[in-house]
Design a protein around this ligand. Structure first.
Ligand code: ATP
Ligand code: MG
Length: 335
């Protein structure tokens, strides 16, 4: 499949429309999974704002041109607008979903819970026998709650076999995403799900995004990379703040300060120096969405190289390097 670069994203706050950048390896992975199927549900985690949702929505749009693949995407966190909560390669699937859950509040959670009912109705109504099916539920665990992580994922696993064996679907891939550490750690305990990591944008893709956002010519682009580590949401935030890295950093610092107040300062210092030095504290910071455990064996795209400057170790990393910079400043500030 050829992925053209013309998937457009509207950034309302900036009054801009941008092109989707990079992610060729990630799209290749999703394409492989949709054509070959995957025996376990795939759970994708990665830094907040690294581009999981954007990638998956883009994938559904692109795969629409493939007659053999039927894909459905549910945004489990959508509160009120059913049409924003669902996307699919066939309009009939959207109609079924809207009929089943459009009056539910919050609608995304209801669709996430009933996604397999939607799929079953679709298999009965549309000729899905012999087709490949991709089911994506975005941010599912935040929506359904931590108590349901195991049950939901196990149910998804059982559906893979059922769809194939009993309903005649040729190949099935189920993709679930999460942005927080607790559910991800829970998933690692089980054999019926494969947990993959996705990382921030690599340098080339990041530079492409920077070009599109047209920062002032004299802005230090190296500093943008060093602070955001290629995280597209962080870059967009910076653009919204008129490219003032100082304003953005003080905002980040306030957030970090708030999140680490109850933690031991000396141990935090050590973690600022070496992100692999204190796994227990790193886990606490993962729960607060500041750090993240790296999974180098199973990655959707490129494996991030260890880099002291970007706060990437061999087992742990800062979700964006600015968190480390902000924490250092906070600790240097004393009291
Ligand atoms: N490949 C890309 N090309 C251009 N812009 C992108 C790309 N990926 C992400 N973005 C931009 O970055 C923003 C954040 O991405 P997105 O919401 O997909 O991240 P996420 O990983 O799903 O975040 P969360 O962890 O909060 O769910 C998007 O609104 C989009 O504008
Ligand atoms: Mg998302």
């Amino acid at each position: 499949m050829v992925y053209s670069a013309d998937y457009l994203i509207e950034l309302r706050e900036l009054g801009r429309i941008i092109r989707f950048v990079d992610r060729a390896a990630e799209l290749g992975f999703l394409e492989r999974v949709s054509s070959e199927g995957y025996v376990f549900p795939i759970a994708v985690y990665g830094p907040e704002g690294c581009g999981k949702t954007t990638l998956l929505k883009r994938f559904v749009r692109t795969v629409s041109s493939d007659d053999n693949v039927v894909a459905v995407y549910v945004d489990a966190l959508e509160e009120g607008d059913p049409r924003r909560a669902i996307a699919a390669t066939r309009s009939e699937l959207i109609d079924i979903a809207l009929e089943l859950a459009s009056s539910a509040v919050p609608v995304g959670r209801e669709l996430a819970r009933r996604v397999m009912k939607i799929v079953r109705l679709a298999v009965e109504k549309l000729a899905l026998r012999g087709k490949n099916l991709v089911v994506i539920v975005d941010d599912v665990y935040r929506a359904i709650g931590l108590d349901s992580v195991d049950r939901y994922t196990k149910m998804m696993y059982e559906w893979i076999d059922y769809l194939h064996r009993s309903l005649g679907v040729e190949r099935v891939a189920i993709i679930l995403t999460t942005s927080e550490g607790v559910s991800k750690r829970e998933l690692f305990k089980h054999t019926y799900v494969h947990v993959y990591m996705m990382w921030n944008l690599p340098r080339d893709g990041f530079e492409d995004l920077v070009d599109q956002l047209e920062p002032p010519r004299d802005l230090d682009r190296e500093q943008l990379w060093i602070l955001t580590g290629g995280n597209p949401r962080a870059l967009i935030e910076l653009a919204k703040l008129g490219w003032s890295t100082e304003t953005w950093l003080s905002y980040v610092e306030t957030r970090v300060e708030h999140l680490v107040q109850d933690l031991d300062r000396e141990r935090l210092w050590k973690l600022v120096e070496d992100c692999d030095s204190d796994p227990e504290l790193a886990r606490a910071l993962e729960d607060r969405n500041l750090m993240i455990a790296l999974n180098r064996a199973m990655v959707l795209g490129q494996v991030p190289n260890p880099s002291r400057e970007l706060g990437i170790g061999s087992r742990w990393a800062w979700q964006i390097p600015a968190y480390r910079v902000a924490l250092r400043r906070y600790l240097e500030g004393g009291s």
